[in-house]
Design a protein around this ligand. Structure first.
Ligand SMILES: C[S@@+](CC[C@H](N)C(=O)[O-])C[C@H]1O[C@@H](n2cnc3c(N)ncnc32)[C@H](O)[C@@H]1O
Length: 225
């Protein structure tokens, strides 16, 4: 699954994954008592970014597609007009206003310095919010994603906690994305670096692509070990 796949999804407005309102699990389970920097990998133009910002969090989204990034600022004018910088070497574009930043480019080229803010003052405490990021990737990229995520948060003061939302369904009935994530996979891969606590799981019929399938959706609290 290459970059063109996602670029053309955005160009053709095939963004069924985009939710018009804040995600229920985020709303219910995000630990918002203290302001933190919240890393939102593969963020699209999610309304969850705005909601986190409205809760007083410092939000850093990473998104490949420039259209998604520009749409995000255009659709949320309350955030103001972001400053824009371009790192030609890594092909990363940085959009930033008060307490919210989008890094536009390949997640795998982002480093931990990119998750800081120009004006300083951001909390050092870091949190992760993964909705439709890990599950958007095929297995080989999922492992790479996890390795890279781990490298980004490794030097942050503990605790580094957050929320991971996954889905599980019969993968033989449909190709991803979104991909089905088994509990075995979570145990084999995530458990190496994170403590996972299942907060909620919901089994229901969901429209995935053209068909309705039985899907188990799970929200997990994650804490970097
Ligand atoms: C399934 S969508 C989910 C978007 C968002 N998390 C949401 O909940 O609406 C996956 C997003 O990841 C982006 N993406 C895919 N590969 C990426 C990469 N290597 N680096 C950054 N973003 C990527 C895509 O452009 C797409 O917007």
């Amino acid at each position: 699954m290459d970059h063109n796949f996602w670029q053309s999804r955005w160009q053709n407005n095939e963004i069924g994954f985009h939710q018009p309102k804040v995600n229920d699990y985020l709303f219910k389970h995000f630990e918002k008592a203290l302001p933190k920097r919240v890393l939102v990998p593969l963020c699209g133009k999610s309304k969850d970014l705005l909601w986190l910002w409205q809760q007083g969090q410092w939000v850093v989204g990473v998104e490949l597609t420039e259209k998604a990034c520009r749409d995000f600022w255009a659709e949320n004018p309350e955030l103001g007009t972001p400053s824009e910088k371009f790192d030609t070497e890594r092909g990363l574009r940085f959009f930033e206003t008060d307490r919210i930043k989008l890094v536009c480019g390949d997640f795998f080229t982002v480093n931990s310095a990119d998750l800081t803010f120009q004006n300083g003052g951001a909390p050092s405490a870091l949190s992760i919010y993964d909705r439709a990021a890990y599950i958007a990737l095929p297995l080989d990229l999922r492992q790479r994603y996890l390795d890279h995520l781990t490298s980004l948060v490794r030097t942050s003061p503990r605790p580094v906690s957050g929320l991971l939302i996954t889905i599980e369904y019969d993968q033989s009935l449909k190709n991803g994305p979104p991909f089905s994530i088994t509990q075995k996979e979570l145990a084999e891969r995530w458990d190496l670096h994170f403590n996972l606590t299942e907060l909620e799981s919901v089994k229901e019929m969901q429209k995935l692509g053209p068909s309705e399938l039985e899907v188990t959706e799970r929200a997990h609290r994650i804490e970097f070990k």
